[in-house]
Design a protein around this ligand. Sequence first.
Ligand code: GUN
Length: 296
Amino acid sequence: MAATIIDGKAFAARLRARIGEQVTSLRRDHGLVPGLAVVLVGEDPASQVYVRSKGKQTIEAGMKSFEHRLPVETSETQLLALIEKLNADPEVHGILVQLPLPPHVNADLVINAIDPAKDVDGFHISNVGLLGTGQKAMVPCTPLGCLMMLRDHHGSLSGMEAVVLGRSNIVGKPMAQLLLGDSCTVTIAHSRTRDLPAVCRRADILVAAVGRPEMISGDWVKPGATVIDVGINRIERDGKTRLVGDVDFDSVAAVAGAITPVPGGVGPMTIACLLANTLTAACRANGLAEPEGLTA
Ligand code: GUN
C-alpha cells in the first residue's frame, strides 16, 4: 500500500495563516508588533537563500524583520557587540544568528550571548537545559515542525518506538528530547551505530537527519512506519541539480505508512516554526498569554 504523504507545505501555510491572525490581534489589542532580527555573517549561498526567505515570511506574517548582513571578516567582538544591542532592543523579540559562522568566530560563545528569552532557535544552553528537563523552553524550529506534523498525523505518540537518525545539536538531540516528552521510546542512532538498518526497522516513527542523500531505503523501514525526512541535499542527476532527502523516497514510500516529501515536507515547517517562536517570545516578553499549539 502506498504511504500517505504528509504535506508540510500545506501544514506550514495553515500555521503561517494562524500566526498572521494572532499578529493582527496583538497589534490591534496591544499595539505590539513582534520583531525578528536575523544576523548573517559572510556570503554562504545557501545561508543567503534561507535568510532572504526568513525575512520575506516574517514580513508576510505582519511582523518586523531586522536583517544584519555582516562581512565575512567581522570579528567575534563586533558580533558580540551587535548581539548586546539586539538583546537590549525592545522592538526585537527574536534573534537568530545564521549558522555556520566563519571559523574564526566561536559559535557557542555567540549563541550563548543571546538573551535566552529571545533565542528563537532554541540553541542557547539555558533553552537546551530547559527542554531536557521538560520545562518551558524555546524549542529548535526544525524538530518542533517535525513534532507538530507527527502529532497532527497520529494524535498521541505515547508508547511509540521512535528512532532518530542523527545526533546534531540542531535536529537530532532536540528531536529525541521532544519525542521523549511525548512519551515515545527513543533511540538516537548515528554513523557509528551497529547494524543501522536493523535499528531503523524497529521504528514506528523514523526521523532521518543525517545529511546523506537517499541513504535510507525501503528495506530499512518497518511496514506502516511514519518516516520524517529532515535531509535537504543537492545532487546532480541526469544532468540536473535536484533536491533530495536522506530517504530514498520511492522505495520507502512503498513500505511506510506515512512519509514527508523533499521538497515540501519538513523544510517549510522550519520557517513557520521560527515565526511561531518569535510570536511566542513577543507574548512572553510582554506578559501576554501565548497562543496555543505553537510550541511543545
Ligand atoms: N543553519 C542551518 N539550520 C539552521 C537553523 O535552524 N538555525 C540557524 N541559526 N542556522 C541554521
